[in-house]
Design a protein around this ligand. Structure first.
Ligand code: GLU
Length: 504
């Protein structure tokens, strides 16, 4: 193991945001690439935002995606447990640690108690608005005497603890791996609250203490946190600690370049899994939101192992990354095509077996056994695989596979303006040819294709159209060879007989 240590530190708000998935993935890739350690920490100090079961859900979703952490919070059955030397890994269990550390800052005058009432703060803000000044605490409580502080504490007066920002310290400068050099004037930074009136630490305090104590070497997180980083830099200085390397990942955007929001589609990673996008697709897609393998390289399909090999934090883009659903669909089709019929069956069946048309079909299959049913579904999937966008679409485009009796308008059987007799002749010819095939011929769809194509000769439409409609009852469908192959000899002949009757 190298000394690279990174972390994904979500606040458990109920689901894994796709932006969070990308943050987790980039941290994972960076750790794997550098033989480092990837830590999962839960930032649950905001009591107002607590959602029961959210941490469990996050862990389940990450592991469903194949992003496995090495250290931090894990699920053992239904229980959350900490694994590693730097635990506990849930901030709500680290309150004593924050207390000890804030005390050190107060003792060294780097932080101070503030007893200002909500009313005073509101009046101060009002005055700043009037004078067109930015929101900033006026350090009123910094000058309280030790006795006054003791008195207020003894009287249980509500208080917060603030960082004492030295306005004269000069610019705050840090190097961001993605953004480059970032400079902020110290006078623009507020004396931020470190301990809230409920006694809980703020995000800023907890994140700095935890990152330091957990030995985090690289902080890789979303761009929305970059404005907090100067505050963190000041805190590292106040504690006398070395700051980690920072890398802020570009914003995720809707196609209209607005910030990715719930309003324009799903933002929960688990919703995409539920819709039948493959985890391989989601990982690949999300990896490309802000990174690509470099100039001139147009490769778009990457396995997780390939990503580990190729990923480079230095190649992450600054510009916002568009979350393009069309591209996601395209990529999923590519991944579905790569599944074997067995894999597609295993992964697709949970989506198919809940569909009403499948349930109805399944309950009507008294003449075939379980194995034959599985074989049938595998054949359907073999045909659908090339054109399937999501696993949840299975069967939707070809409902004729899962009905015992087709119903369609007889007029559809005629190719162009062909007369009834011609259609009938074609159907009878097809019936004769298919009757002549034995079970071995039916094993391969190519065999069926060969005999039917030979029979069609030059008159493809005249012959193949009525056959295809007889088998599917549909205007559009896969080829009649493929459909016949899936249906099997008996069902194909039965459908042809019905069509012959319709045109007789
Ligand atoms: N708890 C923050 C979040 O919910 C983590 C920010 C950070 O990585 O520092 O995203």
């Amino acid at each position: 193991m190298s000394n690279v240590r990174v972390r994904f530190a979500p606040s458990p708000t109920g689901y894994l945001h796709v932006g969070g998935l990308r943050t987790a993935l980039y941290n994972y890739l960076f750790a794997k690439k550098n033989n480092g350690t990837f830590i999962l920490r839960i930032e649950d100090t905001d009591q107002k935002r607590f959602v029961a079961g959210a941490a469990e859900n996050l862990i389940k979703t990450l592991s469903a995606m194949g992003i496995q952490h090495d250290e931090g919070i894990f699920l053992s059955g239904d229980t959350l447990i900490s694994k590693g030397e730097c635990g506990p890994y849930a901030q709500s269990e680290r309150l004593e640690i924050y207390k000890t550390h804030i005390k050190k800052l107060i003792d060294s005058h780097k932080a101070y108690y503030c007893f200002c009432s909500v009313g005073r703060l509101a009046a101060l803000r009002e005055e700043q608005i009037q004078n067109k000044l930015s929101a900033k605490y006026d350090k009123f409580c910094l000058s309280l005497s030790p006795e006054a502080i003791e008195e207020s504490l003894a009287a249980n007066e509500p208080y917060v603890v603030r960082l004492n920002v030295d306005e004269n310290r000069g610019d705050i400068v840090f190097e961001d791996t993605v953004r480059g050099k970032v400079t902020i004037h110290a006078k623009d930074v507020d004396d931020q609250v470190l301990i809230k009136s409920d006694g809980f630490p703020t995000y800023h305090l907890a994140v700095v203490i935890d990152d330091h104590l957990m030995g985090i070497t690289h902080v890789i997180r979303g761009d929305e946190w970059i404005s907090s980083t100067p505050k963190h830099v000041l805190l590292y200085e106040a504690f006398g600690w070395e700051a980690p390397v920072f890398a802020h990942l570009p914003l995720l955007l809707n196609p209209d370049k607005s910030k990715l929001s719930k309003r324009q589609g799903d933002v929960a990673a688990e919703d995409y899994l539920e819709k039948g996008y493959l985890k391989e697709t989601l990982i690949n897609f999300v990896a490309l939101l802000g990174w690509n393998p470099g100039q001139g390289n147009t490769q778009e399909i990457f396995s997780l192992d390939e990503l580990v090999e190729r990923f480079d934090l230095a190649q992450v883009h600054k510009a916002g990354a568009v979350f393009d659903l069309k591209k996601l669909d395209w990529m999923n089709t590519e991944y579905v095509k790569r599944l074997t019929p067995e894999e597609l069956y295993e992964r697709g069946m949970p989506f198919l077996e809940v569909k009403e048309f499948y349930k109805a079909w399944n309950s009507q299959q008294s003449t075939i056994n379980e194995e034959e049913k599985i074989e049938f579904v595998k054949r359907v999937l073999t045909i659908e695989r090339e054109r399937l966008t999501k696993l949840s679409d299975i069967g939707d485009n070809n409902p004729f596979f899962f009905v015992s009796e087709l119903s369609y308008d007889a007029a559809l059987l005629h190719w162009k303006q062909n007369a009834k007799e011609m259609t009938k002749e074609a159907l009878e010819k097809a019936h004769k040819i298919l009757s002549g095939l034995n079970d071995t011929d039916w094993v391969k769809k190519e065999t069926i294709e060969k005999v039917l194509m030979e029979a069609a000769g030059e008159q493809r439409g005249d012959f193949l159209w009525p056959l295809r409609v007889a088998l599917t009852g549909a205007q559009r469908s896969p080829s009649p060879f493929e459909v016949a192959w899936v249906l099997g000899k008996d069902a194909s002949l039965k459908r042809l007989e019905k069509a012959i009757k319709l045109v007789s």
